[in-house]
Write a protein that binds this ligand. Structure first.
Ligand code: F0G
Length: 449
């Protein structure tokens, strides 16, 4: 067996910012210990998100040069539309400027008479858009029996919820891969079972499919009966189970911006289109430039390439192993990120001093690495009555942009983590100075205890 290597070579290089430890300490103080507020040029390795941070290929750049920027009916729209149709099988396709624009419009048109929506794991903007329609957004537990597909929804629970007589269920959203469960995959058999339950109860079944290509690789390599199928065949089989989907092209679209709405439901499409014209722009550009549509069409195709996917998934798994070797306790690696258990890493920091946030600060000061707190600050550290309660695991997400960093960057990050562990007791907890209202992780201000 040879080592995994990047199935591409580098055609354009972008130097990364190199800073000193003293600089970083000062920068972090200047932004009130909130790494999310740093300038990108103060960050050496940026693992804040895998969203919109992808590297484009030479094919994408050349397609962009040939884009048609006409207001309506541009060639670039038809290229985009035919690619999305071929990949998803859905007949009605609308571009939007990013995933959350599709959420905002879809839930407005879909949920007018509903009371509740269910998911295997709502992303935070998805949940918020549902709540804004005065509808409850409830995550159903993931299935416990499945070893290989821990993103699966518990179909027994789903059946139980949809059987309740006293509530009107608007939609079931399957998030693929399941981002809130560490980017863990969902099996095709689970999707088929959930789909059958939704049909039986006459409930809309939509996919939040921004990491659908990564999911196909897990299906191919782990699910019985899929070994000989291509990622494209698996994707088509998966989308076939849904009424439609929303996709942020900033993930598996291998792009820096863009979103997609696709459906087989004409009536939903027509309502969506009207709202799109108001909020995003004409339905053949949806808030994007023609060149973005071209980049998405090529990006979606490249994301389903077997060599690319094999490397992508193996790279993330290997990164997990390197971190474990350096002392990290991690969640099972998914497709786009590694989640470190910060309470295990910094056991001297109590929960009310935010160990996960403290670890993101330490990663920055020690190595210029930016990561994302996935703990009680992101998910809420208060109970229903507004009392302080720390109900969530203190995790730190290291999300890996696609085609941007090499294995040696990942090795460096693992080494930085190892160095933090050598003097873990020096890392200090933090308290909140200012916490803006909802989804406020980008503005929060902290100070060291
Ligand atoms: N759904 C999921 C599962 C996501 O992870 C995201 C974004 C969205 C929807 C919204 O898409 O950003 O294009 O509007 N996730 C990013 C992240 C921001 O860092 O996980 P968007």
């Amino acid at each position: 067996m040879f080592s995994t290597f990047e199935p591409y070579r580098i055609k354009a290089v972008e130097p990364i910012p190199l800073t000193t430890r003293d600089n970083r300490q000062k920068y972090l103080e200047e932004v009130a210990f909130n790494p999310n507020r740093l300038k990108a040029n103060q960050v050496t390795i940026d693992f804040l998100t895998d969203s919109g941070s992808n590297a484009l290929s030479c094919k994408q750049w050349s397609a962009m040069m040939q884009a048609d920027e006409s207001y309506a009916g541009a060639d670039s729209f038809y290229t985009f539309e035919s690619t999305v149709k071929a990949i998803t099988g859905f007949p009605f396709i609308v571009p939007v400027h990013q995933g959350r624009a599709a959420e905002k419009i879809l839930f407005k048109v879909l949920l007018s008479e509903a009371e509740v929506a269910y998911s295997n794991g709502f992303f935070d903007t998805t949940r918020e858009h549902i709540l804004q329609n005065k509808i409850k957004a409830i995550n159903i537990d993931t299935e416990t029996e499945s070893r290989d597909f821990k993103g699966n929804i518990d179909c027994r629970k789903l059946e139980e919820m949809l059987s309740k007589e006293d509530q009107k269920v608007g939609v079931v959203v399957m998030t693929i891969t399941n981002g809130e469960r560490g980017g863990l995959p969902v099996s095709i058999s689970n999707i088929k079972e959930a789909s059958a339950i939704c049909r039986k109860h006459n409930v809309f079944f939509y996919a939040d499919a921004c990491r659908f290509a990564e999911n196909t690789w897990f299906v191919k390599t782990r699910e019985k009966g899929f070994m000989d199928k291509t990622p494209s065949q698996i994707a088509l089989e998966m989308f076939n189970e849904f009424d439609g989907c929303i996709i942020s092209a900033k993930k598996d679209g291998l792009c820096n911006i863009g979103g997609i709405f696709a459906t087989r439901q004409r009536e939903v499409y027509e309502k969506f289109s009207e709202e799109c014209i108001l909020a995003e722009g004409h339905i053949t550009y949806g808030g994007l430039a023609g060149r973005d549509l071209e980049a998405i069409a090529v990006g979606l195709t490249e994301a389903l390439d077997e060599h690319y996917l094999q490397h992508r998934i193996e790279m993330v798994q290997e990164f997990g192993r390197m971190l474990e070797f350096n002392g990290a306790t991690i969640l099972e690696p998914g497709g786009h990120a590694i989640f470190i258990d910060a309470e295990k890493a910094l056991s001297h920091i109590p929960r009310n001093q935010h160990p996960a946030w403290a670890l993101t600060c330490a990663l920055y000061v020690e190595g210029g690495i930016r990561a994302y707190e996935y703990g009680n600050l992101k998910f809420g550290y208060k109970d229903e009555n507004g009392k302080e309660a720390f109900l969530h695991r203190e995790l730190v997400r290291l999300a890996i942009p696609r085609r941007v960093y090499t294995m040696s960057h990942l090795k460096y990050v693992a080494e930085v983590f190892g160095k933090i562990m050598q003097n873990a007791s020096n890392v200090r907890g933090l308290t909140i100075i200012r916490f803006p209202s909802f989804l406020g992780l980008f503005e929060i201000e902290m100070k060291e205890v």
